[in-house]
Design a protein around this ligand. Structure first.
Ligand SMILES: [Zn+2]
Length: 263
């Protein structure tokens, strides 16, 4: 296992590399994001991992990701992990299940504001939030409100041999949804462009309804009012996926053009 620790913003930057046994990292520095595996691996078709949700909960109480065999969209909120599958079911995930990719943090808002407007869409909201933030910093974002429309998807679990994510999505590997007049919470992150390949540059947000009956990865929405909570992230810890598929993957291929289409 390789543990890479990179501190950003005003503190001095450093990289710490340790070789160790199979045990996962046990402590995450305060106000840091923790991520298991990297986005590029998911794009390459690494859909299985060895980190349990029980372990993931020690790294944060808020976040997004997916499940082994790419079986749905994950949202972590208020200490629970929810699995939002393509068939529309939402369930609380047992701690023994594992993830191939997850981004989490202990969420503590340091900026809170309300956005109001007439029929604001996702792009409008992104622009308003980005104007209040620095484009080179990392942020965890929670949005609460009521949505006239909410459009998104959940991935459909593929069979082995796994296709790359872009091919899977192109060949019908996602179920789109369209909800109307729904209230709920959006959980996600805003990442700078330099986080490409490791994470998803820009906004990456998942939704779950207040009654926990609807949700998934967000494409677009419309709303008149949103409560916005921002948690500035000081840096991040990346734990590499220890599944054998990860070491077999060719990371020399540039998959960045595909990410805009699928995330
Ligand atoms: Zn997603």
């Amino acid at each position: 296992m390789l543990l890479v620790l990179i501190a950003s913003c005003n503190s001095k930057n450093y990289i710490q590399t340790t070789a160790s046994s199979n045990s996962p990292a046990t402590s995450i520095p305060q106000d840091f994001m923790y991520q298991y595996s990297i986005m590029d691996a998911l794009q390459a078709g690494v859909y299985d991992g060895n980190l349990t949700f029980g372990e993931l909960k020690k790294k944060g109480d808020f976040g997004i990701g997916t499940f082994n065999a790419l079986d749905g969209e994950m949202i972590m909120l208020d200490d629970n992990v929810y699995k939002m599958r393509h068939d529309g079911t939402i369930s609380i995930v047992p701690d023994k299940d594992s993830t191939p990719l997850a981004f989490v943090k202990f969420f503590k808002a340091d900026t809170v504001f309300t956005i109001t407007g007439n029929n604001l869409n996702y792009a409008d909201v992104q622009k308003i939030i980005s104007n209040a933030l620095n484009q080179n910093e990392l942020y965890a974002i929670r949005l609460k409100g009521s949505f006239a429309t909410m459009r998104g998807r959940s991935v459909i679990s593929p069979k082995r041999p796994y296709p790359e994510l872009a091919d899977h999505i192109k060949n019908g590997g996602q179920q789109n949804f369209n909800f109307t007049n729904i209230t709920g919470t959006c959980v996600g992150f805003l990442m700078p462009s330099y986080m490409a390949r490791t994470n998803v540059p820009g906004y990456h947000v998942h939704f779950i309804s207040d009654d926990h009956t609807a949700g998934g990865h967000i494409f677009d929405f419309s709303t008149n009012k949103l409560e916005v909570e921002i948690d500035h992230i000081k840096g991040y810890v990346v734990e590499l996926n220890t599944h054998a598929d990860f070491d077999r993957t060719d990371f020399s291929k540039d998959r960045q053009k595909e990410i805009k289409k699928i995330e």
